[in-house]
Ligand binder design. Structure first.
Ligand code: HMH
Length: 207
């Protein structure tokens, strides 16, 4: 029996809850998030997504033929997302050329380090990163403006379908993976969970 996405979510439910439930997201729903907190998240997440896009490119390079179509769709969505971040930053007159904060830097370094791992590990981590936002932005329930469009970006049904496809691809890759690769995938999942929690906390701490 190989590990799969469902197994990881069940086995590590507390770690996953910490990755996807945070006062930052509750603050968006309640409208109590401070501009400094939200704007810090916006700039740092843009810097994150730029590197996540590079990770997506490396994942595509390692992927079997059957997984290419979904990943190419993902890259197309990331192209739009980067432009959308630039629009959102311009509306708020935010400078996107700021340096990465420590947690963002650590997350980017982790994503870069995955290039030396086998495809199943990369596929698992890629799914976990997308699912963290798909779940996190939906869980508080409908958000008031101006946060509605942020919640919808990662919570919309089309994005949920894409994340499901990513889970199926990661599961398929893990099915034939060695025990060593499976344990690397589990470690990568836990690292994503940890970094997601730290990323919310980094933005929440801003003042
Ligand atoms: C920190 N995790 C973080 N930012 C994102 N945009 C996503 C996941 C989803 O792409």
């Amino acid at each position: 029996m190989s590990i799969n996405c469902q197994y990881l979510l069940q086995t590590h439910a507390p770690a996953w809850a910490q990755a996807t439930v945070h006062p930052f997201l509750e603050g968006c729903k309640a409208g109590t998030i401070e501009p400094a907190q939200f704007n810090t998240w916006l700039v740092q997440d843009y810097l994150f997504v730029k590197d996540f896009t590079r990770m997506a490119g490396r994942l595509l390079a390692a992927a079997p033929d059957a997984h290419m179509d979904t990943l190419l769709g993902g890259l197309g969505a990331l192209k739009d997302e980067l432009l959308w971040f630039q629009d959102k930053a311009a509306e708020r007159t935010l400078d996107l050329s700021q340096p990465r904060q420590r947690t963002c830097q650590q997350y980017c370094e982790f994503m870069t380090s995955l290039v030396t791992t086998a495809y199943p590990v990369q596929a698992m981590a890629f799914w976990a990163i997308e699912y963290a936002y798909n779940l996190g932005w939906q869980q508080p329930g409908p958000m008031a403006d101006p946060y509605t469009e942020f919640a919808d970006r990662w919570g919309n049904p089309g994005f949920s379908d894409y994340v499901d496809l990513l889970a199926r691809q990661a599961d398929a890759a893990l099915e034939t993976a060695s025990a060593d690769v499976q344990s690397q995938a589990e470690a990568a999942f836990l690292r994503v969970a940890d970094l997601e929690q730290s990323f919310w906390q980094m933005a929440f701490n801003a003042s």
